[in-house]
Design a protein around this ligand. Sequence first.
Ligand code: PPE
Length: 306
Amino acid sequence: MALKTEKIWLDGVLVHWEDAKVHVLSHALHYGTAYFEGIRCYELADGRSAVFRLEEHMRRLADSGKILGFPLPYSVEQLCQATKEVIRANKLKACYIRPLAFLGLGELGVYAPQNPVNVCIAVWPWGAYLGDDGIKNGIRAKVSSYTRHHVNVTMTKSKTSANYVNSVLAKAEVKKAGYDEAIMLDTEGYVSEASGENIFIVRGGKIKTTPLTSILPGITRESIITLARDKGYDVTEERFTRDELYIADEAFLTGTAAELTPVREVDDRQIGAGKRGPITEDMQTIFFDVIKGKAAEKYAKWLAYV
Ligand code: PPE
């Protein structure tokens, strides 16, 4: 099993992978009352390992808990240390990191304010989320028939487990139809994000991405905006329509798991030249240099050495 490693950090201690278990009456299993992160640790050009934007991810985890009203029982600092500890314990040079906080065993019924908040951090090796070919040549996306969350239905700035049922439905729908990834529209019909990534378009040399409304505030998204502006690109955060996506010169998705993946087709319409575009490729080069510790000194603060 790809997820099998030696140890998982659970409620303050490193336990054997086999022993990281919960009871079937845990609140989160019934109502999706959990929140999580997805983080990556990379092996750098010099052989060391570093976690990309660890503190920002743990801060977002804390924000998720605050939004939901069942906050983390650990500090951001404690969880950053725990992450490094679990990577070292599993002797991994590069891995995906999955912190999860969940309402545990106590009462059932939707109001269970006394239940404990349990926290685990697991790590495992995870390759290209949308495939190595996808990273290089781009993926085929389809707009899902499922709408993305309304900002007052679930809280979109919280990475809540229950929110992901929407992604599960959308992704399964398009995968069964033969596409690689689902793009979802917001409740007003504008492009929102993909099932597990934020979305960018390029037209006339200018870059555009969805503003922070119905979307998860992606840390990769924010990194790409910063890197693109530093490189001199014009980047706007502005809503755009499905047909604006169709006529883009380039489109790409960003996320921790997907990294920076070009989109070569949407709803059977070729995007630009139907392959990775030049600005997408430029941003990939810059991004991959940064995560490998090969970029300018000013981005070194984004790397937390293990
Ligand atoms: N939108 C959604 C809905 C999302 O799930 C992610 C991350 C992003 C945007 C990008 O956020 P960031 O990783 O901070 O740049 N999706 C995570 C989970 C994917 C999964 O299938 O599980 C991830 O990429 O780790």
